[in-house]
Design a protein around this ligand. Sequence first.
Ligand code: GAP
Length: 443
Amino acid sequence: MADVMDKLVSLCKRRGYIYQSSEIYGGLNGCWDYGPLGVELLRNIKETWWRAMTWREDVEGLDASILLHPRVWEASGHVENFTDPLVDCRGCKARFRQDLLTEAQREAGQCPVCGQRGVLTEARAFNLMFKTFVGPVEDDSARVYLRPETAQGIFVNFLNVQAAMRQKLPFGIAQIGKAFRNEINTRNFLFRTREFEQMEMQYFVMPGTEDQWFDYWREQRWQWYRRIGLPEGKLRWHQHLGDELAHYARAAFDVQYEFPFGWGEIEGIHNRGNYDLSQHEKFSGKGLQYFDEQTREKVTACVIETSIGASRTLMATLVEAYREEEVNGEQRVVMRLHPRIAPVKAAVLPLVRRDGMPELARQLVDELRPHLPVFYDEGGAIGRRYRRMDEIGTPYCITIDSQTLQDGTVTLRDRDTMAQDRVAAADLRREIDTRTEAWVAEA
Ligand code: GAP
């Protein structure tokens, strides 16, 4: 199974999805760059989330700054609690998160790298926030943190957004943005990185209604995965119990996806109670209560949070899409990405480089391009061109041939079935939209 990950990482580099950060200098651990196709895929996933979350009356959008007042992180509990238990190997000097060691390794103090027993140090709390300084003086008074989650930018703007948009409880605020965590061990490609993107939504509700909204958002979020092509059979819920609960959470469920290396969290849904707004009131000295016009009373809103990693989700879509198939005795690699998120939606291919076909194809590209990301390719045998498109996940190939010159029809080739249908060029947009909406992932 690890083999699949290696092949995927290699395809991602070769075809312009993902590159190692600063590769020519040997790379920087836990950081990745999104190439021309990767950035489109990431944008499409974010757009799908943004529409699902904010194209409704009760959720507003926000884009808060990455650097926040340092007191925010004291109030949120991150300065005190956002730590992982760090252990060192006295033998080979490797470092690990104690909670990721197996029971047996922990008990024997056994290093998972060099295998020596009794060599691990006691665990010490390591804070995952990156620190930096504002202004020219690098002392404690100038210290700030790169945000480890986007959520706090939402909490501190709760009343600003509520007042400006004249929102009433319940309502939510959604945000997409970078987050940074100085992870002890980065691993599994995009799964655990030091710089990543989150898509978070805090839904503010009347105290006493949290359970109902928690269930509502769990259901909404579960449905969303179908829109990006992750099948239900590869997803499951994981409930946090006891020690697993974060310091702010009263209840939490993760959505997990079955990666080649095992089940891994892609989203957390949390009932945060009134922890955050109460803490920010206490630390800032500013009132953050909501005035309920019906009861004429002030209340501290409770929060249901949906928090998903954009980069981790992107990786799940890549893993899910990757297929090796045998076609007429030859192997084809195909990325069965949902057409909604595929970076290139259609390729326009003149069958041959003569008889006016390239000109017609170029004309079609000009017509389609304002509406769809389209790729034009006239180089090489048609079969090879199809394979190139399969490998990057382009759902539709449109071929201009001699019949096109006569009757204005083209062939529309489906990436997944490889079936080719004749379609009037004028109907292509509608046909592609219909097929995209109807597309469902294999179970
Ligand atoms: N505001 C709550 C919060 O941040 P979290 O469970 O720590 O909750 C939410 O993070 C999501 O962010 C995770 O489900 C995961 O998808 C993503 N995420 C967290 N740490 C990550 C990392 N080091 N690399 C990539 N994605 C990460």
